[in-house]
Design a protein around this ligand. Structure first.
Ligand SMILES: Cc1cc2nc3c(=O)[nH]c(=O)nc-3n(C[C@H](O)[C@H](O)[C@H](O)COP(=O)(O)OP(=O)(O)OC[C@H]3O[C@@H](n4cnc5c(N)ncnc54)[C@H](O)[C@@H]3O)c2cc1C
Length: 361
């Protein structure tokens, strides 16, 4: 039996463990945290992610535990609709999508690990070499394949590809949290100048809420309080949880890396292609990576070809979306809102299509 050592037990590492085990590999996952779980509120799993989860054999379990996806539309800072979209139309064009708590996604992946997968919790990897050795504590183990699933600050990437560019700031601050019961609210996005707010239902009255704002030199850092005079239900959603339950991140991404493979070592997920959250595709791409690696672990050059091409495009598109969504200045904001008002919703939805392609797994 061929052996794989996976560094990192996040969404990318666990999904890859399932994929490699399904392909007949004996897998060891090294995770530095003492438990397998995910902070980070909610997650949207688009049709490409559901296809990947089906391939991993957990699609039905995910659909059982997740809420059906909703696309309410986009409102402006005054609360007026710029575009109303419809999830039935979305589904007719692109297929199903869902939203769920991240901890539930990790739970489903963890439960799908067969006996051929060993998970070592509290195990921080300190060294990797291209011949397949992983060092953890005072122990070094050899594997046929090493998978760096260790996130945006990946030790695997820094060790194997020391010349690669480092993560860069996107100049965006993001907040995320869960609200347990707010009754009925209009879901979707609300856009202002240099700021956005999003509301995603997770089922049973639960909402996944996020906000983002531009950081700029020479002006005070944005704060969630800046959203308190935005239209209802935004102030209520901010007041609904204690401040310490709100996650705050300054967003970074990775420049496109020329290759995700060196000898016996491959990168998956954010270690390979961290991208901003504006397409909601970071974890979806980690799931695609897992399926692609399960299919091409004996031919990592094919994995590299499929995954670099696909993720470079999405990284670029994600950066472009962030620039448009978080446009600043009165005239630029006016133009953005005008385009959204006149753009037929059907055309907008169709334009999303290639994000959900499943040809690169
Ligand atoms: C605000 C925001 C919103 C987002 N929304 C979405 C969304 O709606 N949909 C979507 O698809 N994506 C979304 N994403 C992106 C998504 O969160 C990431 O792409 C995804 O979680 C990456 O998973 P990963 O497993 O590659 O990395 P990580 O989740 O970073 O996991 C890496 C794991 O490796 C472990 N590790 C690191 N170093 C070591 C070491 N040396 N030894 C052992 N273990 C180690 C870490 O403890 C961690 O568990 C969002 C991101 C942000 C910031």
């Amino acid at each position: 039996m061929r052996t794989a050592g996976i560094i990192g037990g996040g969404i990318g590492g666990l999904a890859t463990a399932v994929a490699l085990a399904n392909a007949g590999w004996s897998v060891t996952v090294f995770e530095q945290a003492p438990v397998l779980t995910e902070v980070g509120a909610g997650i949207t799993l688009w049709p490409n992610a559901l296809a990947a989860l089906d391939d991993l054999g957990v699609g039905d379990e995910i659909r059982n535990r997740a809420a059906p996806g909703w696309v309410g539309g986009i409102r402006n800072r005054e609360g007026r609709w710029l575009m109303r979209t419809n999830e039935e139309r979305f589904r007719a064009l692109h297929g199903n999508f869902v939203a769920m708590h991240r901890a539930d996604l990790v739970d489903v992946l963890r439960a799908a690990l067969p006996d051929s997968v060993t998970v070592r919790l509290g195990s921080t990897v300190t060294g990797i070499d291209e011949d397949g050795a992983i060092q953890c504590g005072d122990r070094t183990e050899d594997f046929d394949l090493v998978v760096g699933a260790d996130g945006i600050d990946s030790l695997t990437r820094r060790t194997m590809f020391p010349d690669y560019p480092v993560p860069q700031s996107l100049g965006i601050r993001a907040w995320r949290w869960i609200v347990d019961d707010m009754g009925t609210v209009d879901v979707g996005g609300i856009l202002g100048a240099g700021g956005e707010f999003g509301i995603v239902p997770l089922g049973n009255g639960r909402l996944y809420v996020f906000a983002a704002a531009r950081l700029s030199t020479g002006t005070p850092d944005p704060s969630l309080d800046d959203f308190l005079n935005w239209p209802s239900p935004i102030p209520e959603l901010i007041a609904a949880v204690a401040p310490e339950q709100i996650l705050r991140h300054d967003i970074r991404d990775l420049p496109a890396l020329p290759s995700f493979v060196r000898e016996r070592v491959v990168l998956v997920g954010d270690a390979a292609h961290a991208m901003g959250p504006h397409l909601g595709q970071g974890a979806c791409q980690a799931l695609e990576d897992a399926v692609a690696l399960g299919a091409h672990a004996h031919d990592v050059a094919t994995y590299d070809y499929l995954r670099t091409k696909r993720t470079h495009r999405l990284q670029q598109r994600s950066r472009r979306s962030a620039r448009i969504i978080l446009t600043r200045g009165a005239s630029a904001t006016f133009v953005r809102d005008l385009v959204l008002r006149v753009l037929p919703a059907e055309l907008f939805l169709r334009g999303l299509g290639s994000n959900f392609s499943t040809r690169h797994m």
